[in-house]
Design a protein around this ligand. Sequence first.
Ligand code: NDP
Length: 310
Amino acid sequence: MPRILDGNRIRDEITSECRPRVEKLTTLQRPPGLAVVLVGHNPASEIYVRNKVKTSHELGIHSETLMPPETVTTGELLAVVDELNRRPEIDGILVQMPLPPHVDSKRVLLAVSPEKDVDGFHPCNVGNLATGRPGPRSCTPAGIIEMLKRYQIPIAGKRAVVVGRSDIVGKPMALMLLHENSTVTICHSKTPDLAAVCREADILIAAIGRAAMITADYIRPGATVIDVGMNRLDNRADVERIFPAGRPGAAEKLEAFARRGTLLIGDVHPLDVLEKASAYTPVPGGVGPLTIAMLMVNTIDSAERRIVVC
Ligand code: NDP
């Protein structure tokens, strides 16, 4: 059986390291401050934001959620960000994506002060990452690097394949692996013979958004497989296609679907990965918990830079 890379365990390790840093800042001057901007009523975004705020509170980070209505204009949102940029007790600003289609998301993200950009999405910070300078890093890929290191999975000299080239996950993931001295290939929807490229990987990262797309024939025996995908299945036919009756392990998945009417599944086939990988991240409980932990780290890093400077 492959090793399970337990995201909850690594999250707990990271957050317990955060606690004394928050206490020190609070004693020195004030707690770190995180502002989350949540527009409208997107149920998935509401859950993400609730979890981010909850973790902040548990750590003693001051956090506040601003909730402009769905009808907010780009100009009004820019004014909200501008005010947060000016407030000295706010160290981190997070604008929860996606924004409504009528809002110019790129303009809003560009308006966040790079020093408070705890998501690491601002072009300045993307440039800092590309050129190996310090600055906030995109939380999901940063969490994956932490996980690989804490499980002592070698990265240097290894072949890494990243499937997905989004600005949020795929591209920063590839850059971080490159900085750790792996040989990196980035794949996307136009990559020919994707399975053959993936089979070259010692470390395979799937950040696609397609349920169970990475099957056994994409995985080199003994590879480390990191599954970023979070796909909610709500159609029984899809569940039965991915988990055909009679396959060992399928009955549990079908039962879970029957109980809840929905099944959360990654981009990697959860049964195939057991047959081929030497280590893998489960969904849920793999990459997901790390994203919030790294947001806390970015917020505390920002507060330390700003409070020391004050
Ligand atoms: P995007 O939709 O922005 O990017 C998806 C990428 O996958 C694109 O580069 C796309 O290629 C590529 N892709 C799509 N279909 C295929 C295919 N058939 N073959 C090869 N490549 C393909 O998604 P994100 O990067 O934002 O997210 C990816 C997944 O990770 C989602 O499931 C998301 O929910 C999850 N996620 C999880 C997080 C966590 O904390 N666990 C955090 C962030 C995301 P192309 O560019 O050519 O279109």
